[in-house]
Design a protein. Structure first.
Lengths: 423, 117, 487
C-alpha cells in the first residue's frame, strides 16, 4: 500500500476532469494526478460519435471523440499524468483517496485538493417502476450507444425509445442510420427534455414519431423482448385506459434522465442537493468539505459539454488557488430557487471573491418570452430575457463581480418571470 | 405560405417562421437570432443538408471506426451514402483525420475518421 | 440414452440441497433443469427469509421441516460461505384482533419448538424499529428469524455437489416419464432419454405435472405469483429486521425486510396465475405491494427502487409439502409444493429424502468427500490490507468492472470458472452482484459480456442475458449495414 502525496487529484478523465486538470496546471500547479477508471481518457465523449460539440468553445462543430482528443493532447503537452484503468474506491474528508488498478495495485493518495469529476449515470428501468417482464433487449440509451459505437454491435432490430432526452434522440438517429428500425420515441412529459435541434435532426429527419404525454405501460417477452405497450398519461402522469398502442419490437431503449454519480461524494461526507442530486457548492465550486471541489455532470447534469469544460476550468483554478493560498473562508450568502427555477448552482456565494458569478439552473416548465431574474434582499440585481426557457435546456445568468459587492444576508433568489406554456 | 422550422445549427435551436411563395420558393425567415439561422432557413427550404456521423466496420479489429462527412451532404442522399459505407473496406491502423472515402458519391464531402484505431 | 443411478429433476433450492446430500453416497447422480442455470425458478425470486417456524400448523410437513431446516442454516451457510444473517423478525399488529392472532402464532411457535418468541407492546416494538407505523399496537418478536441469499446458497450447494461427482444438465424440459427395463425410470426431454433407478421430483413449478407423469394421477398445483420491489443499498436502512404483517389465508402478507446485501425488499403480493413461468410484474401487483408496505412503513419511498421482480410459488390445494416416496411408484421420490417456508425447510428435506433413498436402495457412504472450496471472497467485503494483498496476488482484482457493487474482473472470471459456472450476464450477476446495483448493469454489462466471451469462447453476439433466446445483441454493425438484419 503506497502512500504518496499530490497537490491536486482529479477523479475522472472525461471532459470535466481534463478541463480542470489543464486549468490547474496553467495556474501553476505542478503536481497533478488524474485517475480514470476506463482504459482510455475521454469519458462519455468517446462513445458520442455524433457531431455538435464545441461550438461555443472552439467555434466549430466537432464529434465527441474529436472534442475529447483536443483536451487529451493539451494535457499531454502539459505533462499531466492520466492514470487510466484506475478506480477510486473512496475519498475521505481529509482528502485521502483510496484507489486500485491492475498496474499499480491498491494505493492511498493524499491530496492538497480533490476535484470530483466522475460524471453521471442513467436512470435504470427500476427507477421507472415499469411493469412487465425482465427479458433481454432493454437497455439504457447510453449502454446501447456503447455497444454500437465502441463495441461495433447492434443491440436490436426494431426499437422503441422511452424518454426523449438527448441521448435517446441521438440513439434514435444512430440506430436508424445503422439500419435498425426505430418505431417510436415516447415521452411522459408534454414536452421533450432534449434539444430542439435533436428533435428535428434525429426524429423528424428519419420519420420517427414522438409520442408526448405517453409512457410504456407493459413490457412483453420471456427471453428476448417481443413488444411493448404505450399509453397516454393524464396530468398526474397516470396512464389513461383505452389509449394503449402496442408495438412489436425487440429493443427498448431508456433515456429517462441522468443522475450525478454520488458514491464517492458520499464517502467524503459531501453535502448533496435534493434539487440537483449533486454536491452543494459555493461559487468557487468547493463542496461542503474544504478542499474538495466538484464540476461537470457529477455536480449537476449539463446539456452541453462546452459548459462542462468551462465550469470545470473554474473548478481547476479554484482548486489551484486553494492549494496555493489556502481556504479563503468568510461569510456565504445562500442562493435559492425562486418560482419557475430548479437546481440553481452554486447554492451559496462568497461575496467579494473577485470573480463573476455564473448561476446555472433549469426552468421548471416551458416559458415563452420570459425573463430570468436574480434578486437579493428584494433588490433586483440583473435580469436576462429569453425567447424560450424549457426544462430541457439549462439556463445561465452571469452576474458581473461589481454587482456582487453588497449582497444582503437574505440571500440570492433566482426566478423566472413570464407565462408558462401549457401542454 | 408560412412554415415553422427549427434551426439545427447550434443548441439554441431557434424556431423560425419561414415565408414561402405559392410555388414553395423561399422568400424570407424571421425569428432567427443570428445570421447563420437565416442561411439555414433558406438552405433547408431549398436543399436541406446534414452532417453524417456513423460507425463502420474495420478489417482486423472488432472495434468499429467512427467517421463523419467533412461537410454537410444533401439530406436525401444519406441512405445512399450509408450503403456505400457498408461496402468500404478499412484496414488498421487508422488515425483521426484520415480520409476514408474521397468525395463520396460526388457530394463534394469526404468521409473522415474521427478516432484512432 | 444417458444412464445414472439417480436423476433429480429441478435445480432450485430443493434439488441442489438433495444433490449435495446424495453426492456423499456411492451413486451416480444427474440433475436436470429446464432452465439455463441453477435456481432459475422460485429460488431466485423469493423473500430470502429463513423462517423461524411459528407460522406452520403443528403436525404438518411444513412445521416439521421448517424448524429442523432453519436450525441447520447457520452452520450450512458458514460452511459454504453464503451470506446469512440472523437479523430477527417482528410480526406487527394494529388491533385487538391482530393481538389475538399474534398470541395464537406465539403458541403455535412454541408448539413447533421455536425459541425466543415473545409479545412486544407498542413502545417496545417502536423502540426496536422507530420507522414503523406509529399506529402499531403490538408485535411478535422472532429473534430466530434470519435472512439469506437463496440463489447464492443454491450455487454453493450445486458446486459442492458437482465437485463430488453430480452432473448438472441444463435446458432439459421433461416431457415424459415411463418405466424402462428392470424397474428403471426413463425420462424423456425431447433431446435425450435419461435412464435411472431412482427418480426424484424437485421441480417446483412442474411438481404436480411430474407427479402425475409417474402416478397417472391428477394432482393440481396453483401458481401463486408474488411481486417485489428491491430498493437500493443504503448505509442506514429504515428497518434492521424483517417486518411481517399479521398473516392472512393467502400467505404471510407483504413484508419489509433488509437483505443480506443491505438492500431493502418490499413484497410479495399473492395472485394465482395460469402460467407458472409468467414472472412479469403488473401495475396492479406493484401498486398493491406499495400500498400494503405503507401500512408497515408510512414513509415508504420507491425513489431508490432499483428493480421489480416476481416469483411463482408452487402451491398445493392441501397447503402442505409432499415429501417422500411416491406411493405406487417404486424408485420415485418427490419434494413438491415447496412454497414458503420451503427455503427454510430445504436442508432438512434433503437430509430426510437422502436418508430414505439410501435406506431403500442400500446406498453406501463414500469414503472420501472432496471439501468445498468457496468462491473468492468478495473484494467489496475486504478491508484495506486484504484488498492490497488481493491485488498484488492477482492484478485482475485491480480492475473494477461493476462500479455500483465494486465487483472485480478476478471475481467475474472466477464465477464463470466455478464447477457449475456462470454462462450468462444474469448468471454472473447473481454469483458476483455485478449489475445488481443501482445502474442495473448499464456500465458493466458490456464488459461482463466480453469477459464471458473470453472465458467460454462463445462469440460476443451469442452471449445471453439468461440463456435460451435472451441474446443481448442482434448482430454486428457490419451485418446491419449490409442489410443482414432484414433476413
Amino acid at each position: 500500500m503506497t502512500d504518496c502525496y499530490t497537490d491536486i487529484l482529479i477523479i475522472g478523465a472525461g471532459p470535466a476532469g481534463l478541463a480542470a486538470a489543464i486549468a490547474a496546471k496553467e495556474q501553476g500547479i505542478d503536481s497533478i494526478v488524474v485517475l480514470e477508471r476506463e482504459s482510455e481518457p475521454g469519458g462519455i465523449l468517446r462513445q458520442c460519435i455524433h457531431n455538435g460539440f464545441g461550438l461555443h468553445r472552439f467555434k466549430e462543430e466537432l464529434t465527441g471523440p474529436e472534442y475529447a482528443q483536443r483536451d487529451i493532447l493539451r494535457a499531454d503537452e502539459l505533462g499531466i499524468p492520466l492514470e487510466c484503468g484506475t478506480t477510486v474506491l473512496s475519498v475521505s474528508a481529509d482528502r485521502t483517496v483510496t484507489c486500485v488498478s491492475s498496474e499499480k495495485g491498491f494505493r492511498k493518495i493524499k491530496a492538497g485538493a480533490v476535484i470530483l469529476a466522475m460524471g453521471c449515470r442513467e436512470r435504470p428501468r427500476g427507477a421507472l417502476c415499469t411493469p412487465g417482464t425482465r427479458c433481454a433487449g432493454i437497455y439504457s440509451a447510453g449502454t446501447a450507444q456503447r455497444f454500437v459505437n465502441l463495441e461495433g454491435f447492434m443491440p436490436g432490430k426494431r426499437v422503441v425509445i422511452l424518454g426523449s432526452g438527448d441521448i435517446g434522440l441521438i440513439m434514435a438517429r444512430r440506430m436508424s442510420l445503422q439500419s435498425a428500425e426505430v418505431l417510436a420515441c415516447v415521452e411522459i412529459m408534454p414536452y421533450s427534455s432534449g434539444l430542439n435541434r435533436n428533435i428535428v435532426q434525429c426524429l423528424e429527419d428519419y420519420g420517427i414519431p414522438l409520442y408526448l404525454s405517453h409512457t410504456v405501460t407493459d413490457i412483453r417477452g420471456r427471453e428476448r423482448l417481443t413488444g411493448v405497450t404505450i399509453a397516454k398519461v393524464d396530468e398526474k402522469r397516470n396512464p389513461v385506459p383505452g389509449t394503449e398502442i402496442d408495438f412489436e419490437c425487440d429493443t427498448l431503449l431508456l433515456s429517462c434522465g441522468l443522475i450525478p454519480e454520488n458514491e464517492l461524494s458520499l464517502t467524503a461526507g459531501v453535502e448533496l442537493s435534493a434539487a440537483t442530486s449533486g454536491p452543494v457548492v459555493s461559487n468557487t465550486l468547493e463542496t461542503s468539505v474544504p478542499g474538495i471541489f466538484a464540476c461537470g455532470n457529477v455536480l449537476h447534469v449539463h446539456d452541453l459539454v462546452d459548459h462542462v469544460s468551462e465550469e470545470s476550468a473554474r473548478a481547476g483554478r479554484a482548486a489551484a488557488e486553494y492549494v496555493q493560498h489556502g481556504h479563503s473562508g468568510g461569510r456565504f450568502v445562500p442562493v435559492a430557487d425562486g418560482p419557475g427555477v430548479r437546481g440553481t448552482v452554486p447554492q451559496k456565494v462568497l461575496p467579494n471573491s473577485g470573480e463573476d458569478l455564473h448561476l446555472m439552473f433549469r426552468p421548471t416548465d416551458v416559458f415563452r418570452s420570459a425573463c430570468a431574474v436574480v434578486e437579493c434582499g428584494g433588490r433586483e440585481i440583473i435580469r436576462k430575457k429569453a425567447m424560450i426557457f424549457t426544462p430541457g435546456e439549462m439556463a445561465e445568468v452571469t452576474v458581473r463581480k461589481e454587482l456582487l459587492d453588497n449582497l444582503s444576508d437574505a440571500g440570492i433568489i433566482v426566478r423566472i418571470e413570464g407565462e408558462k406554456q401549457n401542454g | 405560405m408560412d412554415k415553422i422550422i427549427t434551426c439545427i445549427n447550434c443548441p439554441v435551436g431557434c424556431r423560425m417562421t419561414v415565408q414561402l411563395s405559392d410555388e414553395g420558393v423561399f422568400l424570407s425567415a424571421a425569428g432567427n437570432t443570428c445570421p447563420r439561422g437565416a442561411k439555414y432557413a433558406e438552405q433547408e427550404c431549398t436543399k436541406p443538408l446534414r452532417m453524417i456521423t456513423a460507425v463502420i466496420p474495420v478489417s482486423g479489429s472488432s472495434r468499429p471506426l467512427s467517421v463523419k462527412t467533412s461537410a454537410p451532404v444533401p439530406k436525401d442522399r444519406i441512405r445512399e451514402i450509408m450503403r456505400v459505407l457498408a461496402e468500404v473496406s478499412v484496414d488498421t491502423p487508422v488515425a483521426a483525420g484520415d480520409i476514408i472515402v474521397r468525395n463520396i458519391l460526388n457530394s463534394g464531402a469526404d468521409i473522415v475518421a474521427t478516432r484512432n484505431l | 440414452m444417458k444412464k445414472s443411478d439417480i436423476v433429480i429433476v429441478g435445480s432450485g433450492i430443493s434439488g441442489t440441497s438433495l444433490a449435495r446430500e446424495l453426492s456423499r453416497y456411492d451413486a451416480s447422480v444427474t440433475v436436470l433443469d429446464r432452465g439455463p442455470d441453477i435456481a432459475e425458478g422460485a429460488t431466485k425470486a423469493n423473500s430470502g427469509i429463513v423462517h423461524a417456524g411459528y407460522d406452520a400448523v403443528p403436525g404438518t410437513q411444513k412445521a416439521y421441516f421448517n424448524v429442523r431446516g432453519a436450525s441447520m442454516y447457520a452452520s450450512l451457510c458458514d460452511e459454504l460461505s453464503v451470506p446469512y444473517r440472523k437479523s430477527g423478525a417482528i410480526v406487527i399488529g394494529f388491533s385487538p384482533e391482530d393481538r389475538d392472532t399474534l398470541l395464537h402464532l406465539l403458541q403455535r411457535g412454541m408448539d413447533n419448538g421455536v425459541k425466543g418468541l415473545r409479545i412486544l407492546n407498542r413502545e417496545e416494538v417502536l423502540q426496536l424499529e422507530p420507522n414503523l407505523n406509529p399506529e402499531v399496537s403490538c408485535a411478535l418478536d422472532v429473534p430466530e428469524s434470519a435472512i439469506v441469499s437463496p440463489y447464492e446458497l443454491a450455487y454453493a450447494l450445486a458446486d459442492d455437489a458437482a465437485v463430488n461427482g453430480v452432473r448438472f444438465v441444463f435446458n432439459e424440459n421433461v416431457e415424459k416419464i415411463c418405466r424402462g427395463e428392470e424397474d428403471t425410470w426413463e425420462i424423456y426431454t425431447g433431446q435425450e432419454i435419461y435412464s435411472c433407478k431412482i427418480f426424484v421430483n424437485c421441480s417446483g413449478a412442474s411438481g404436480a405435472l411430474l407427479h402425475n407423469m409417474v402416478t397417472g394421477g391428477s394432482l393440481r398445483m396453483i401458481n401463486r405469483r408474488g411481486q417485489y420491489y428491491l430498493l437500493d443499498r443504503s448505509a442506514q436502512l429504515p428497518f434492521s429486521r424483517t417486518v411481517f404483517q399479521c398473516p392472512s389465508p393467502l400467505g404471510k402478507g407483504v413484508l419489509v425486510s433488509p437483505t443480506v446485501h443491505g438492500n431493502l425488499l418490499l413484497g410479495p403480493n399473492a395472485e394465482d396465475i395460469p402460467d407458472p413461468l409468467d414472472t412479469a410484474t403488473t401495475a396492479a401487483g406493484m401498486s398493491y405491494v406499495l400500498g400494503k408496505a405503507a401500512r408497515t412503513w408510512p414513509g415508504v419511498s420507491v425513489r431508490s427502487n432499483i428493480t421489480n421482480f416476481s416469483g411463482v410459488r408452487a402451491h398445493l390445494d392441501t397447503d402442505d409439502f409432499i415429501v417422500g416416496a411416491v406411493s405406487g411408484a417404486y424408485g420415485a421420490y418427490e419434494a413438491i409444493g415447496i412454497e414458503s417456508p420451503g427455503l427454510s425447510s430445504a436442508p432438512a428435506i434433503a437430509v430426510y429424502l437422502a436418508e430414505m433413498i439410501a435406506g431403500d436402495h442400500s446406498l453406501t457412504k463414500k469414503t472420501e468427500v472432496i471439501p468445498y472450496t468457496p468462491p473468492l471472497r468478495p473484494f467489496r467485503d475486504m478491508n484495506d490490507e486484504e484488498r492490497a494483498a488481493a491485488v498484488s496476488g492477482n492484478p485482475e482484482y485491480g480492475n473494477i468492472i461493476c462500479r455500483c457493487e465494486t465487483v472485480t474482473e478476478a471475481e467475474i472470471r472466477a464465477a464463470i470458472r466455478r464447477p457449475v459456472g456462470a454462462k450468462s450476464i444474469d448468471g454472473v450477476k447473481r454469483r458476483t452482484r455485478a449489475g445488481m446495483g443501482r445502474c442495473q448493469g448499464g456500465f458493466c454489462s458490456p464488459r461482463v459480456a466480453q469477459i464471458i466471451s473470453e472465458e467460454t469462447g462463445i462469440p460476443l453476439q451469442e452471449i445471453t442475458k439468461d440463456g435460451g433466446n435472451s441474446r443481448i445483441l442482434s448482430g454486428s454493425v457490419r451485418t446491419f449495414l449490409k442489410g443482414g438484419n432484414r433476413e
